[in-house]
Design a protein around this ligand. Structure first.
Ligand SMILES: Cc1cc2nc3c(=O)[nH]c(=O)nc-3n(C[C@H](O)[C@H](O)[C@H](O)COP(=O)(O)OP(=O)(O)OC[C@H]3O[C@@H](n4cnc5c(N)ncnc54)[C@H](O)[C@@H]3O)c2cc1C
Length: 407
């Protein structure tokens, strides 16, 4: 008997986990526009010259080597849900018994003018490299004798990504850029802008205060209760009418499900695919959503956070539910097991909160390093990351300052 065919869209944290979990019992096809998985949690280190770009990208085929999963590059163009058929942009028509949508999220501008035109997103290796190039190019220009320009980097969004980015930029400027040409480095400023009253609002207040203090120690200007009205090419206008200098604006303020979900014509609610607790898409018993794109609410009605553990737990869960259905059993409801949150601010500076236990400083920083190293895919990437981190730690340098987006 032929095994049911499961097609998975997206080879990120959710899709790859789903594929590996079901490869024994099903015929699985995994589709992604890239032939690599991006380790998004360390992307900010690529844009701030701490890590080489290829350390955060892992070949999908390498990740599937010991499985029977078929991989193909592709982008979905349309879905005929009643015929169980998916069409890709290259014209291929793929039949499926089950479809798992794990296409992740994209930058959301919340309708704020200028974000898409003037701010840089942080969702791909290409975007991370573009940020690095922009900052390094400005620095090189400022190193030209006689140049007295200033350069302002503004990070919008005080969540973990924004905080990590601000801290890493501050360390890059105070460390290697300052060592190379301090007169230029001293004219680069970093600010972080948060609409709410405190940074990292998903952490407790004491860790928020610690985060702000750590960033300020590194020279970052922290602006809370500051909502963005418009992003211009060289500044940000706040809702109170103030202008904040911003030659580079990094938008770490929000994400929504990728626009491909509209192409698939699946029901959308609150910016994500409308998904039941079983992770079946509303109105479809054989179409599932996992990860950032899945609009699943918790018991309090809040959508689950867009983090890697949610995507991976949902991937394993969906694999079990499809197996249950195949053997005539009923599906269950997904329950997220929150194992805590962490964010790093800089050398020996991090925050960790696990089930009410709060840790900050060097111990939290070591825990953060270890956990990220554990989850990066592939021995080569682990060793490369460890090598870059060790070098950065021992020499206070950053070896990945190249401007590689031209010539
Ligand atoms: C900068 C940054 C930092 C983060 N830091 C952390 C962190 O520290 N800890 C944490 O837990 N989470 C973090 N996250 C969130 C975490 O990375 C996401 O929650 C997780 O990646 C979601 O997994 P996913 O499978 O839903 O999507 P993804 O991992 O994003 O995978 C989606 C896949 O779909 C593919 N795809 C998208 N559109 C198309 C298309 N049209 N056609 C074909 N393929 C497509 C993409 O190429 C990608 O491979 C961070 C996210 C970002 C952006």
């Amino acid at each position: 008997m032929t095994k049911p065919h499961v097609v998975i869209l997206g080879a990120g944290f959710g899709g790859l986990t789903t594929a590996r979990a079901m490869s024994k019992d099903f015929r699985v096809t995994l589709i992604d526009r890239h032939n690599f998985q991006t380790f998004l949690p360390l992307l900010y280190q690529v844009s701030t010259a701490g890590l080489a770009a290829d350390h955060v990208a892992y070949p999908v085929r390498g990740a599937l080597r010991k499985t029977d999963v078929q991989f193909r590059m592709g982008v979905p163009q349309s879905l005929d849900a009643s015929a169980n058929q998916l069409t890709l942009e290259d014209g291929a028509v793929i039949d499926f018994d089950h479809l798992v949508v794990a296409l992740g999220s994209t930058t959301s501008d919340f309708g704020i003018p200028g974000v898409m035109e003037n701010a840089r997103g942080m969702k791909s290796v290409a975007e991370a490299l573009a940020i690095r190039s922009e900052v390094m190019r400005a620095y090189e220009a400022m190193c030209v004798p006689g140049n007295v320009d200033t350069f302002d980097i503004a990070i919008v969004g005080g969540g973990p990504t924004g905080v990590e980015m601000a801290g890493a930029f501050a360390e890059l400027i105070r460390g290697p850029l300052n060592s190379d040409y301090s007169a230029a480095a001293q004219r680069i400023k970093v600010s972080i802008i948060e609409a709410g009253p405190r940074l990292v609002p998903s952490f407790s207040e004491s860790l928020s205060r610690r985060t702000q203090a750590d960033l300020e120690k590194l020279g970052v200007k922290v602006l809370t209760d500051t909502a963005v009205k418009e992003v211009l090419a060289d500044s940000i206008v706040t809702t109170t009418g103030n202008a904040i200098a911003a030659n580079t604006t990094v938008w770490a303020a929000g994400v929504k499900g990728v626009s491909a979900m509209e192409t698939l014509n699946l029901p959308i609610a609150r910016g994500r695919i409308d998904t039941q607790l079983s992770l079946q898409v509303v109105g479809h018993d054989n179409i599932w959503a996992v990860g950032d794109i899945a609009g699943v609410a918790n018991a309090e009605g809040y959508l689950l956070p867009m983090v890697a553990p949610v995507a991976m737990q949902q991937g394993r869960f969906v694999a079990k539910q499809i197996a249950a259905l195949a053997s005539g059993k009923a599906v269950e409801n997904f329950v997220y097991k929150d194992k805590g949150s962490m964010a790093t601010i800089g050398r020996h500076k991090a925050i960790v909160e696990v089930k009410g236990i709060k840790i900050s400083g060097a111990v939290a920083w070591l825990a953060w390093l270890w956990l990220h190293l554990f989850y990066i895919l592939g021995g080569r990437n682990k060793i490369g990351t460890m090598a870059d981190w060790t070098w950065n730690y021992l020499t206070f340098d950053r070896g990945n300052r190249h401007i590689m987006d031209s010539m």
